[in-house]
Design a protein around this ligand. Structure first.
Ligand SMILES: [Zn+2]
Length: 433
């Protein structure tokens, strides 16, 4: 089943044609904004230079900084009168990242999410507990409206109140749950502590996780903890992705679990080498660059997300022809250079979560010994697990194969490592040189 069969299965050639038309139109639209007009003039670029597909590469990249520097409304590309909603994401720098929406923008947003929810396996008879916050953060509303749009029953709990969340799941027989990945683990563990076995006592068959990185290993762990595959076909945990600068949560994984579909009639996907700024070869990892082809109020073209990804542009086995982000490899800015090798914390997590006896509590220590860099991961086992030297050696070998550099694995007692809420900061760099 598809939400918008015609568009979702459009031939790649027709999609590309549509993208170019929309891109050109969006350039003309953005050019009316004084900031972008000046930026383009400084770069000797004019919207009319984009005549063919290849010309898109001539358009200057855009950055999050622009939103902050022009806070709150310097990047508005439409009339303020047409704006009907404002969202903000809090930034570490203190200046929030704003996103404003016209009625059409909210419609585009809901359309993208509704397509994603159906692709993920959600149906109108599902009862969905939506635990993202309903405030300035885009997560809550970003799910709520498309869920209603496809006719699902929404229980808008918002964040927190863990015991109540579990009680509602029992009382109302919730079949789907929207949350951050860490909160899903927390919910499952809290339920278990209370003698509630999610696989036996709850009805959840789908869960949707975004706002934090969610590796394949973590996803499978959540599916197991919540017993998602026990409750009907197409059950499982699904990764969602989005960013305030592109409107909020916008895309999610289909039921074939072959990556996150990015709707090409709404977003143009490019993958670049963050150093050379050239497009990478197909199938190679690189930085995700997105252009918003439909938004009216505050659109961005060629926005550098700083997210390192793998993208598959081939049609999916589910029948949808739109590109898929098949792996999230961490933030470009999170990369650590260790003895000339690029290491991403997400790679470390990927290996750890493949092992059932290891928990999601870990940290990475980068240090130096006699001028040589060293890498060590400290990790807690899941409670009750017995780990011998052979097991640890196996993890170390896998770590080396995956990171291409030696990484010691140090098992710590359960409860001894710091706990992180939300976006975790797990790397401790003790190097002085
Ligand atoms: Zn698919």
């Amino acid at each position: 089943m598809k939400y918008n069969e015609v568009v979702e299965t459009m031939s790649p050639k027709d999609l590309q044609k549509l993208q170019l038309e929309k891109f050109q139109k969006q350039l003309q639209h953005i050019y009316k904004n004084p900031f972008f007009k000046k930026l383009y003039e400084q770069e000797n670029f004019h919207p009319q230079q984009v005549k063919e597909w290849q010309d898109i590469k001539r358009v200057p990249f855009t950055y999050k900084k622009y939103l902050r520097d022009n806070y709150p409304l310097g990047l508005l590309a439409t009339n303020w009168d047409d704006v009907v909603r404002v969202h903000l994401s809090s930034g570490t720098s203190g200046i929030p990242t704003p996103m404003v929406y016209t009625k059409n923008d909210l419609d585009s947003w809901s359309e993208c999410m509704a397509r994603g929810l159906i692709a993920a396996g959600l149906r109108s008879n599902d009862i969905v507990q939506q635990s993202h916050g309903y405030g300035l953060f885009t997560g809550g509303f970003g799910f709520h409206y498309p869920l209603e749009r496809i006719g699902a029953k929404v229980i808008p709990t918002g964040a927190g109140g863990t015991e109540r969340q579990i009680r509602l799941m029992q009382e109302w027989g919730s079949t789907a749950f929207v949350s951050t990945p860490s909160y899903a683990v927390y919910i499952a563990e809290t339920a278990m502590e209370k003698g509630i076995n999610p696989a036996r006592d709850l009805q959840l068959r789908l869960s949707f996780h975004g706002a934090e990185p969610c590796s394949e290993g973590l996803k499978q762990r959540i599916a197991n903890l919540l017993g998602l595959k026990e409750h009907g076909k197409e059950g499982g945990a699904r990764v969602t992705y989005g960013l305030t600068e592109m409107g909020g949560p916008i895309v999610m994984e289909c039921a074939h679990e072959k990556g996150v579909h990015v709707w090409a009639d709404h977003y143009l996907v490019e993958v670049i080498d963050p150093d050379t700024l050239e497009e990478v070869e197909p199938g190679q990892p690189g930085e995700l660059v997105l252009s918003n082809l439909n938004y009216e109020a505050m659109p961005f073209l060629r926005y550098r997300t700083r997210d390192r990804v793998l993208v598959d542009f081939e049609p999916c086995s589910c029948g949808r022809t739109h590109p898929r982000i098949t792996q999230f490899l961490g933030r470009v800015d999170d990369m650590i250079l260790v003895s000339g090798t690029n290491v991403f914390p997400s790679q470390v997590e990927y290996v750890l979560l493949r092992h059932d006896k290891l928990s999601e509590n870990w940290q990475l220590i980068v240090d130096e010994k006699k001028g040589l860099h060293t890498l060590k991961v400290e990790v807690e086992p899941v409670s009750g697990a017995e780990l011998d030297d052979k097991y640890v050696a196996g993890v170390e070998k896998e770590m080396r194969d995956y990171l291409l550099i030696k990484c010691n694995v140090d098992i710590k007692p359960v409860g001894s490592l710091p706990r992180f809420e939300g976006k975790s900061k797990r790397v401790i760099d003790r190097r002085t040189s």
